[in-house]
Design a protein around this ligand. Structure first.
Ligand SMILES: [Zn+2]
Length: 151
């Protein structure tokens, strides 16, 4: 599968398994409302075309992400190329699940390369009970309602 280039978040939080992306693509107002509560934002902000999309198309928090600016300044594709990782921006990452995933995903990305990293992230977020796609951080499968550990 060819990864959408806008989804290759430099921090290692691959956009293809992000809840905001699912809410955007599914056009599911109830799910969007729930995420708006989790992220403490108005529901109009629950949309994204991927971390590397243009301006307002990017989710509000990711639009102003210091990790993204840092990687761009250094001319890297992502933190996988950086010898200073994990730096202070990673240490201070505001979402605990996000930070946990970053700490897992970046070394793996570095080891296997971009194509395999994307394939592995896509494969990882699948419900063990019913096979439905999960979003990163999900506590429960949206399809079969079984509890899941999606990190
Ligand atoms: Zn399920």
């Amino acid at each position: 599968m060819e990864a959408n280039p806008n989804w290759l978040a430099p921090c290692g939080l691959y956009c293809g398994v992000c809840g905001i992306m699912y809410a955007t693509r599914d056009d599911n107002p109830k799910f969007a409302e729930k995420l708006a509560t989790v992220y403490n934002l108005p529901v109009e902000e629950i949309h994204c075309a991927g971390c590397l999309a243009e301006g307002e198309e990017v989710f509000a928090y990711c639009r102003v992400c210091p990790i993204k600016s840092c990687v761009s300044t250094r001319g890297y594709e992502g933190c996988n190329e950086c010898d200073d990782w994990p730096c202070e921006s990673i240490e201070k990452f505001p979402m605990p699940v996000g930070k946990k995933v970053i700490m897992r995903a970046v070394p793996h990305w570095r080891e296997v390369g971009t194509e395999q990293w994307v394939a592995d992230e896509e494969a990882r977020y699948v419900c063990p009970s019913c096979g439905a796609k999960l979003f990163r951080g999900a506590k429960r499968c949206r399809q079969c309602k079984e509890p899941v550990d999606a990190d």
